[in-house]
Design a binder for this molecule. Structure first.
Ligand SMILES: Cc1cc2nc3c(=O)[nH]c(=O)nc-3n(C[C@H](O)[C@H](O)[C@H](O)COP(=O)(O)OP(=O)(O)OC[C@H]3O[C@@H](n4cnc5c(N)ncnc54)[C@H](O)[C@@H]3O)c2cc1C
Length: 499
């Protein structure tokens, strides 16, 4: 009996036949290397490489600042951490403070888009949970639109009560001006149990909560490999954050998530200095702590410096000079994630499907050390909730893997393909293990702060915004001597009550 073809199938089959020839020819694969802290080509004034308007507050990189009279603050890094730090600093320090944001590449950092066949797709941080209050607020404040890319997302996990019950507390604490010096204290203020999650593996916590080993080995493994390229041995806190990515209540910003940092920098009336900071030198001027921030092009003096980019590997990209103690003793291992963007036809029969239409929009891998971690059908960043898919067009897929895919692996995954772009995130996320080691402090030295220590608990846009607010509050309290608002014992005192 002849099977009735589903809508769109005929066209795709015809296309498949046409394109099969193409697979034999070499399809150009453009590889973009993106290291969280390597230099990216600076974009043109006016527009970035994907045509998104860049803030018009860029200061020419060869101008050395001489006009500093009120508090002057340098923020190193123009990703979501640096941009949201700048935004919260402006709230705390007022309009007179000089805030300079240094960015050596493109504003947005790990929030970036990729252009495939003249269409833009999220290349880095892509999904935001509906409960991520700062990301929701920023999007509203900047007049950006949300798009809901995830109506087909896998619903792997429904244990919401167990996880993150206390997370809303941090917003209340921060609205009340409370700040914390370490990630552990900040997590503890959210919920007394959360801090403990840093020291247990997700597998231990889930087993303890009664989840079956099969659930852990299959669903949990798949979600973790997709989101962080790691296994259920990951520490439980980041594991729980990752499982949120398997929920349905997800969205992203129409036009690209990087519009949030770009918009925040503009809104905060800061100076964007497009250069790479090489050194931060401690100086004493009239018995006051000052910092010299130096790049190849500029040298400026500040009252405080905020590092909003990760330290990783054996040495930081930035040298800290003249400090009595070494800054950040430990080095952090970061994971590579390769994102391969493919416009093509998945090899549905290899996955056991009879037709292309049966092929799921999301394939997560439950096996460790496999040649890919996930394959996800993509939607353009400029198409909102009203998405109209053109069935005639070849679909576009994002494959996450630990290593670049070989030609054989590409052909195992795709019958044929037309366009391929590869983004090599050589430092995508920290390696997460459950250990007793303390995480670096938010306060590295007097008037020197580090936002990205929170990444060692969990790396996602909302956590970075929470840490950014914490650092802005901490810096302001230190500056104004409001010690009572730093490290208050909130859990049990007002942590469980309405503030
Ligand atoms: C592939 C991938 C997928 C992800 N998916 C999600 C997701 O779905 N949801 C989610 O919430 N999160 C996701 N994340 C994580 C999220 O993207 C990051 O947590 C977040 O973007 C980190 O922002 P950041 O500002 O701290 O760091 P970055 O974005 O890395 O910004 C640091 C900036 O500092 C600049 N810089 C570094 N050194 C210097 C220097 N010396 N001088 C001047 N500038 C410097 C860099 O150029 C960079 O722009 C994903 C990450 C990756 C890589």
């Amino acid at each position: 009996m002849q099977r009735v073809k589903k809508e769109g199938e005929v066209d795709l089959v015809i296309r498949r036949n046409q394109i099969t020839k193409l697979q034999r020819t070499t399809v150009r694969r453009k590889v973009t290397d993106r290291l969280a802290t390597t230099e990216q080509p600076p974009c043109d004034a006016g527009n970035d490489t994907d045509g998104v308007p860049v803030p018009d507050n860029t200061v020419t990189a060869n101008k050395t600042r001489t006009d500093v009279t009120s508090s002057a603050i340098a923020v190193v890094g123009g990703g979501i951490s640096g941009a949201s730090t700048a935004f919260f600093l402006r709230q705390q320090f007022g309009e007179d403070a000089v805030i300079d944001v240094y960015e050596k590449g493109e504003v947005g950092g790990r929030l970036a888009t990729i252009n495939l066949d003249s269409k833009l797709y999220e290349a880095g941080g892509s999904i935001i949970h509906e409960k991520n209050a700062y990301m929701v607020n920023f999007t509203n404040l900047l007049g950006l639109e949300r798009r809901m890319p995830s109506d087909e997302h896998l619903g792997l996990y429904n244990g919401e009560e167990m996880i993150f019950e206390g997370s809303r507390w941090i917003y209340k604490h921060q609205a009340n001006g409370l700040a914390f010096t370490t990630p552990e204290r900040l997590l503890e203020s959210m919920d007394g149990d959360l801090m403990a999650y840093l020291y247990y593996s997700l597998e231990e916590i889930l087993s303890h909560e009664g989840f079956s080993q099969q659930f852990i080995n299959e669903f949990v493994m798949a979600a973790l490999k997709c989101n962080y390229g790691q296994t259920p041995e990951i520490q439980a806190f980041v594991g729980i954050v990752s499982l949120f990515g398997a929920e349905r209540k997800l969205w992203s910003v129409k036009g690209g998530n990087k519009r949030v940092p770009i918009g925040l920098l503009e809104k905060s009336n800061v100076n964007l200095i497009k250069t790479k900071v090489n050194t931060v030198t401690l100086e004493q001027v009239d018995e006051k702590t000052k910092y010299e921030v130096k790049s190849n092009e500029v040298t400026n003096i500040y009252d405080m410096v905020i590092i909003a980019t990760p330290f990783y590997g054996n040495e930081s990209d930035i040298s800290f000079i003249n400090f009595p103690e070494p800054i950040i003793g430990s080095s952090h291992l970061y994971h590579r994630t390769v994102a391969t963007f493919v416009r093509g036809l998945p090899n549905f029969s290899k996955f056991g499907y009879k037709t292309l239409n049966e092929f799921p929009e999301i394939v997560l891998v439950t096996k460790d050390k496999f040649f890919f971690n996930s394959v996800v059908k993509l939607h353009r960043v400029d198409v909102g909730s009203e998405r109209h898919e053109n069935k005639q067009e070849l679909p576009t897929w994002k494959v996450f893997s630990q290593q670049p895919l070989t030609d054989e692996e590409m052909l195992a995954l795709f019958i044929s393909y037309e366009d391929v772009e590869v983004v090599n995130w050589s430092a995508a996320y920290p390696h997460y293990s459950s250990s007793e080691d303390n995480l670096p402090s938010f306060r590295l030295a007097s008037q020197l702060y580090y936002v990205n220590t929170i990444e060692l608990a969990a790396s996602c846009m909302e956590m970075m915004a929470i840490a950014a607010h914490n650092v802005a509050l901490l810096a302001h309290h230190d500056w104004t001597g409001k010690v009572e608002l730093v490290n208050p014992f909130v859990y049990g005192e007002f942590g469980r009550q309405e503030l």
